[in-house]
Design a binder for this molecule. Structure first.
Ligand SMILES: Cc1cc2nc3c(=O)[nH]c(=O)nc-3n(C[C@H](O)[C@H](O)[C@H](O)COP(=O)(O)O)c2cc1C
Length: 301
């Protein structure tokens, strides 16, 4: 119970009511001129504590350790809208590239742990924060996962080679294997041949670490939450000198074969939404790459 409490120091509270205006769940109200918790319901977002000029409110579920980083010092003060350089932000965002050539340099655990703390500054549906992070801190660990995924795709390719099976499944309304055969089979076969032949790693691109972002059951928006945290990690990784690459093949394999997650210590009830390959990049770009056209549609009402 202590974990989920909003603690208000009535001696410090000056009754300004700011906490009431920012609370999304109407949890706080004024009682005898002082803020008080007047209903159970709360998403424990901490807005009341963040807005209080008297520092009279504490949300006990919020872990201060999560805002302390080991590899850098973060400003504690709140940056008001408009107070950050958009140009700097966009340059960072546009400079992040999927890295497909990592050096052998390992990534410190402190860096990986800081990345996760940066990840969880993301919003989450009803503030559930039901995301999970599994760290593969070494090349050895990445190779273990890569081996499981290669085995999965080997089995999938063997199935996809069976023309009669594919066509039978397609006519019975299960066209996934046939779609896989036409979309991916050849590319995957090439990559698997290289993996088993020269040992070239076209799955994790030689990365020396990885973070798997998942969700616990019960979150209102599990995939969205995990992917928002993921984007934070990608951007922060770039700012910290790391390269990153999302590995969708790994996510697909883990969705279809839960034993892969279990092999790296992920409980069966967790879903994996992103696999991020991380390491020091062995590639340098001369300029920012652009994007295809994305013209917005307007609805004027
Ligand atoms: C959901 C998702 C899955 C991806 N899976 C892979 C993958 O398995 N292997 C890979 O090399 N790149 C993968 N990528 C990286 C994309 O190819 C890359 O984001 C895209 O080409 C744009 O390039 P950029 O990330 O450098 O801006 C994935 C990206 C996303 C968003």
């Amino acid at each position: 119970m202590e974990e989920n409490r909003i603690a208000i120091d009535r001696d410090l509270c000056n009754g300004c009511g700011l906490c009431i205006t920012v609370c999304p769940t109407g949890t706080v109200s004024l009682l005898d001129g002082k803020a008080a918790v007047s209903r159970e319901e709360s998403i424990l977002c901490g807005h009341c504590a963040a807005v209080c000029p008297q520092e009279a409110i504490r949300v006990t579920a919020i872990d201060e350790e999560m805002s302390r980083y080991r590899t850098f010092t973060a400003e504690k003060s709140w940056l008001a809208p408009g107070k950050f350089s958009t140009a700097a932000l966009v340059q960072l965002m546009a400079s992040r590239r999927s890295c497909r050539c990592f050096t052998r340099r390992p990534v410190d655990r402190a860096v990986l742990e800081d990345l996760i703390k940066i990840g969880i500054t993301a919003p989450s549906g009803t503030n559930s924060q039901a995301w999970t992070f599994t760290v593969l801190p070494t090349r050895k660990a990445v190779l273990s996962l890569a081996g499981c995924i290669a085995a999965y795709f080997g089995r999938l390719n063997t199935r996809a080679e069976k023309t009669v099976l594919r066509l039978f499944l397609r006519v019975t309304g299960k066209g996934e294997l046939d779609a896989y055969y036409h979309g991916y089979y050849r590319k995957v076969k090439e990559a698997l041949d290289e993996w088993h032949g020269s040992g070239k790693d076209r799955l994790f691109h030689g990365s020396t670490a990885a973070i798997l972002v998942g969700s616990r059951p019960g979150a209102s928006c599990p995939a969205e939450d995990a992917l928002l945290a993921t984007e934070n990690i990608l951007l922060a990784a770039h700012s910290m000198g790391l390269g990153s690459c999302l590995i969708g093949y790994a996510v697909a394999a883990m969705k279809n074969d839960p034993s892969i997650g279990q092999a790296v210590g992920i409980p069966p009830e967790e879903a994996i939404h992103a696999v991020i390959a991380l390491g020091y990049p062995g590639e340098v770009y001369q300029r920012i790459a652009g994007r295809k056209n994305a013209t917005p549609r307007y609805f004027e009402g």
